[in-house]
Ligand binder design. Structure first.
Ligand code: DP6
Length: 326
C-alpha cells in the first residue's frame, strides 16, 4: 500500500505521564494510565510520492492549511523512523484533519501521532501489530502510545524501546466532563515544561516515585471496578503533577483561577453525594470523571464555569477506508 488513512482519538490520563528518562527513545520516567475518548478524532492520510528523490521534502497539511515549520519538522522526524524501518526514501504527503475545537486544549499530539503511526506504517508497507504500533507512536509523542488502545490504557514505562508500550486494562465505565475554562494557547509546551520540571523542581523525584506507586494502586482499582478509589487517585495524582510543575524555575503554572473554581465545585458535588473527581493536563482546562449515570448532574453543576462537554470511552487508532474521511 502506498496510501493509507487512519483515525485516532485523544486520551486523558488518570495517572499522568510527566517526565522522560530517555528523550531519544521517548521512555517515560514512570508508567501512566488513561482513557481513550470517543470524541475529537484526528483523521490522517499518508500518501507516498512516486519519486525516490531524497532532496524532496514531505508535505504536511493540517485542517486544510500548510503546517508550521516546527510541526512539519516533527512529522518528518517521525517519518524518518518509519522510512528507516521500511528501507524507503520515499517522501510523503500527509493530510490531517482534527475534529477538536481549536484552542480548547484538546487538539492533542496523542491523537495526531497515533493516527500518523498507523497510517504511515501501512503506507510504507510495515506490518506491525498493536504493540509495535503503540511503541512507534510513542516516538512521536509519549501520550500517543496510549491512543492505540481502546478505552482504558496502561502504558508500561519499560526499560527500553521494546518494553515501553500501552495495552488495554479492564475497568468500570467512566464518563469525562470536559470543562473548557480558557481557550487560549498554552504558554509553555508540555515537552519544555517536562524538561524544566525534571531539571529544576525539587519535587520531581517525589513525583516519579509516588506516580509509580499510584499506578500500581490504580491498576488494582481498575481491575476491581472500584470507582471511588479510581477517582481519589486521579485527583491526587493530578494535583501532585501540578505541584511538581509549579515548583519549577523559572516557574510554570497551568491552573488558573477558573480551573481552581472547577476543583472547588467538584468538591462541593462530592459533598452533595455526586461522586466526581477532577484532573487537568498541561493547561487550564479541567476534566471531571464520574460514573456515566452521574455525568448529566456533573455537567449541569459545572455549566456556569466554562464550556462543558461529556465524553466517554472510544476506540484505539486504526486504519479506515480512504473513502470514509469523516
Ligand atoms: C500532561 O505526550 O504531549 O497530558 O511526550 O513530550 O510529546 P511529549 O509530551 P505529551 O505530554 C502529555 C502530558 C500530560 C499527561 C498525560 O497525558 O499523561
Amino acid at each position: 500500500m502506498t496510501r493509507a488513512t487512519a483515525r485516532a482519538h485523544p486520551n486523558i490520563a488518570l495517572v499522568k505521564y510527566w517526565g522522560k528518562r530517555d528523550e531519544e527513545l521517548m521512555l517515560p520516567a514512570a508508567g501512566s494510565l488513561s482513557l481513550t475518548l470517543d470524541a475529537f478524532a484526528t483523521t490522517t492520510t499518508v500518501a507516498l510520492e512516486g519519486t525516490d528523490d531524497e532532496a524532496a521534502a514531505d508535505s504536511f497539511t493540517l485542517n486544510g492549511a500548510a503546517a508550521t515549520p516546527a510541526q512539519a519538522t516533527r512529522v518528518t522526524r517521525f517519518l524518518d523512523l518509519v522510512r528507516e524501518r521500511a528501507g524507503s526514501t520515499a517522501r510523503a504527503v500527509v493530510t490531517s484533519h482534527n475534529e477538536a475545537p481549536t484552542g480548547a486544549g484538546l487538539a492533542s499530539s496523542a491523537s495526531g501521532f497515533a493516527a500518523l503511526a498507523v497510517a504511515s506504517a501501512a503506507a510504507y508497507g510495515l506490518d506491525l501489530d498493536r504493540t509495535e504500533l503503540s511503541r512507534l507512536a510513542r516516538r512521536g509523542s509519549g501520550s500517543a502510545t496510549r491512543s492505540l488502545v481502546d478505552g482504558l490504557a496502561l502504558w508500561h514505562a519499560g526499560h527500553d524501546d521494546a518494553s515501553s508500550f500501552a495495552e488495554p486494562i479492564e475497568g468500570p465505565a467512566i464518563s469525562m466532563t470536559i470543562v473548557t475554562v480558557d481557550a487560549a494557547e498554552k504558554a509553555v509546551s508540555s515537552r519544555e515544561a517536562m524538561r524544566r520540571t525534571a531539571a529544576t523542581s525539587p519535587y520531581y523525584a517525589g513525583w516519579v516515585e509516588s506516580t509509580t506507586r499510584s499506578l500500581q494502586e490504580m491498576s488494582s482499582a481498575c481491575r476491581a471496578g472500584d470507582f471511588t478509589r479510581i477517582g481519589e487517585i486521579t485527583e491526587s495524582n493530578a494535583l501532585r503533577m501540578h505541584a511538581a510543575i509549579e515548583a519549577c524555575e523559572p516557574p510554570v503554572r497551568y491552573l488558573r483561577a477558573g480551573s481552581i473554581a472547577v476543583f472547588d465545585a467538584v468538591e462541593q458535588l462530592r459533598a452533595d453525594g455526586v461522586e466526581s473527581y477532577a484532573t487537568a493536563d498541561a493547561g487550564p482546562n479541567v476534566v471531571v470523571i464520574s460514573r456515566p449515570e452521574d455525568a448529566p448532574a456533573v455537567a449541569e453543576h459545572l455549566d456556569h464555569l466554562g464550556q462543558v462537554r461529556v465524553v466517554g470511552a472510544g476506540p484505539g487508532a486504526r486504519l479506515i477506508p480512504a473513502e470514509d474521511p469523516a
